[in-house]
Design a protein around this ligand. Structure first.
Ligand code: ADP
Ligand code: MG
Length: 359
């Protein structure tokens, strides 16, 4: 990474016995779309609030382009913000709302007019300039909040679950628009969501948080393909888990045994004969066959039809379940509850997870 626009060093924030941030180190690259992803209570809002300057860290430092801003008040950080509970001012028109950050920065009236016009155009809301927020739909209000956050050319845009209150279709539309906007403006986005699909589809880079600590970070593809631990494998997309014993190993090729089934495995790191490993298997990487066709016998438990895909829950002989995701277009086996089947996968389909004590 070139010089990061924002650098977070050992950020710690405690609330009583809760470590809301447990020593977070993170560099944000200029112009990137960075997403903080994690379940509720993982510290996303706390981290974003610390970046914004709304809360003071117990430990750690923040630097903007190498200049320390740890103690700087929010209004001097020049970050655009779309936060929950940071709603539009209900007694101001759309135009006044969008112009507000410029007004408090004492910009000349002509400049305010010009920038408000541009910001409204950017979110395609020019026609609504004289409305009151109460006369707008939820999606329109979010667009205005975005325009307000961008009107003063912020260095960084901070967005805390800006789309979470919207229905699915509108959310998807605005996801595309946000991505477009990011591309057009080239501004650094730090985006918070608990929605893995949103994170995967929008981000240049995703940081996965749990209990105030970073679990893993990387591009959507890399994170999805190579989750490091069980938490990441299960939180970003779905995963099946399987314990396996390594029967023999030669470099990154080995033969494994699990529940009586023997199969080949290709790994990233070399395995050792005799060790027990945990495998994560993506549902779409599993094959479904008739009994005997594949190497793990199972029974179909439940089938869920999702349009372009169908999800099949099967029970292995051990009683453990596997979730399989299959395209619905031109597939041979039509799974129904109670059907005896067999499950298989390619040698390079599973990911070997870090042992629990190394997570
Ligand atoms: P997220 O945004 O990922 O849902 P938060 O950053 O809001 O998570 O919260 C992280 C943890 O810190 C949670 O356990 C939450 O209950 C706690 N927390 C956050 N803010 C406060 C606060 N003002 N007082 C006490 N506990 C807080
Ligand atoms: Mg939150």
């Amino acid at each position: 990474m070139n010089e990061p626009i924002l650098s977070i060093k050992n950020a710690v924030k405690r609330y009583g016995s809760v470590n809301a941030l447990d020593g977070v180190n993170l560099d944000v690259a200029e112009g990137e779309f960075l997403t903080l992803l994690g379940p509720s209570g993982s510290g996303k809002t706390t981290l974003l609030s610390a970046i914004a300057g709304f809360i003071t860290l117990d430990e750690g430092r923040l630097a903007l382009r190498s200049t320390d801003i740890t103690g700087k008040p929010p209004e001097h950080r020049d970050f655009g913000m779309v936060f929950q509970g940071y709603a539009l001012f209900p007694t101001m028109t759309v135009r006044e709302n969008v112009g507000f950050p410029l007004k408090i920065r004492k910009r000349p009236a002509a400049e305010i007019k010009k920038r408000v016009g541009e910001a409204l155009e950017m979110v395609q809301m020019s026609a609504f300039a004289d409305r009151m927020p109460s006369q707008l739909s939820g999606g329109q209000q979010q667009r205005i909040a975005l325009a307000r956050a961008m009107s003063f050319d912020p260095q960084i845009l901070l967005l805390d679950e800006p789309l979470s209150a919207l229905d699915k279709k509108l959310r998807a539309d605005l996801q595309w628009e946000l991505k477009d906007l990011h591309q057009k403006l080239g501004v650094t986005f730090i985006y918070v969501t608990h929605d893995q699909d949103e994170a995967l589809s929008m981000s240049d880079r995703i940081v996965i948080l749990k209990d105030g600590a970073i679990q893993q970070e990387g591009g959507p593809n890399a994170l999805y393909d190579q989750p490091r631990n069980r938490f990441v494998a299960d939180f970003l997309g779905k995963s099946n888990f399987l314990e396996a014993a390594v029967l023999s190993a030669s470099g990154t090729s080995c033969q494994c045994e699990s529940e009586g089934a023997v199969f080949d495995l290709t790994t990233q790191e070399p395995c050792r004969q005799g060790e027990t490993i945990t495998l994560a298997l993506r549902p779409e990487r599993l094959r479904l066959g008739l009994p005997g066709e594949e190497f793990v016998p199972a029974t179909v438990k439940q089938v869920s039809y999702l349009g372009e895909r169908c999800q099949v829950m099967v029970t292995r002989k051990s009683g453990e379940e596997f979730l399989i995701s299959r395209p619905t277009w031109k597939t041979d086996i039509i799974p129904t509850p109670g059907l005896e089947v067999s499950i298989g996968w390619d040698a390079d389909a599973p990911v070997v997870l870090a042992p629990l004590n190394q997570e």
